[in-house]
Design a protein around this ligand. Structure first.
Ligand code: KIV
Length: 275
């Protein structure tokens, strides 16, 4: 007996074939309601380790565990049908070697049902990417600014402003491509370098702070929605709305209603209404 799924997600091979074509739209989600809203509008939903900062209030991405990433990914997969869902392997779950990376990826695929994993690092991760792809794990690579390396790099800096910085980053891009990654995130890169890398490699480049020269863009959804504790976003982010303000006003109205005892009883049952 065969089970025919109603879920027709974007596949990694279709995404890869978009190289040089229509720009690839990617956003992060960590919860079911956001995944549900994004699903029909984006190509890729990344369950980013930025969840550590955005949802859990940490200063960096480093503290989040694989268990927590899998729990977020389960919610995102449940609430989506079309987008390719990618789980970001968290710090400490894959760097010790290809076998560690495979064990973490296998958990992400089996327990959450994601279609691919993402990991940070260029040349130094090439063997791991080759090991994973040879064993059925689609890999999105991530080069340039690496938030998981914040403690060695010492800050969030753009790379490739001078030509002298280009060679190692171009080597990284070539290495992850040759190792079998189906796409690569370019984070915090000067436009001429991002353009050069995008021309050089045969897989799509997904920029974050890396200019429209890339084959697509990824942002942290809460950044473009204006939803955060600090109220600040990276300089390259266009903020499309101000949820901090909208939610603040709604909660203030609610608080005023409760204080004025304006809260009705349910009549008979908890009948649902469309909002
Ligand atoms: O964790 C994350 O959100 C990322 C990005 C590329 C947005 O890695």
């Amino acid at each position: 007996m065969s089970a025919v799924s109603q879920i027709q997600r974007l596949t990694v091979s279709k995404l890869r074939a978009r190289k040089g074509g229509d720009p690839i739209v990617c956003l992060t989600a960590y919860t079911a309601p956001i995944a549900h809203l994004l699903d029909s509008l984006v190509d890729v939903i990344l369950v980013g380790d930025s969840a550590a900062m955005v949802v859990h209030g940490h200063e960096t991405t480093l503290p989040i565990s694989l268990d927590l990433m899998i729990a977020h990914a389960q919610a995102v997969v449940r609430a989506s049908k079309k987008a390719l869902v990618v789980l970001d392997l968290p710090f400490g779950s894959y760097e010790a070697g290809p076998e560690f990376a495979f064990a973490a990826s296998a958990r992400a695929i089996k327990e959450a049902g994601v279609g691919a994993i993402k990991l940070e690092g260029g040349c130094r991760m090439a063997d791991t990417i080759a090991f994973l792809t040879a064993r059925g794990v689609p890999v999105m690579a991530h080069i340039g600014l690496l938030p998981q390396a914040i403690q060695t790099v010492g800050g969030y800096k753009t790379s490739g402003r001078t030509r002298e910085e280009w060679a190692p980053l171009m080597d990284d891009a070539k290495a992850v491509t040759d190792a079998g990654a189906f796409a690569v995130v370019l984070e915090g890169m000067a436009e001429p370098l991002a353009a050069e890398i995008t021309k050089l490699i045969r897989i799509p480049t997904i920029g974050i702070g890396a200019s429209p020269a890339c084959d697509g863009q990824i942002l942290v959804t809460e950044d473009l929605l204006g939803l955060s504790v600090s109220g600040r976003v990276p300089s390259f982010v266009k903020r499309y709305t101000d949820l901090n303000k909208i939610i603040g006003e709604a909660v203030a109205s609610y608080a005023a209603d409760v204080r004025a005892r304006r809260f009705p009883a349910a009549e008979h049952t908890y009948a649902l209404k469309q909002t």
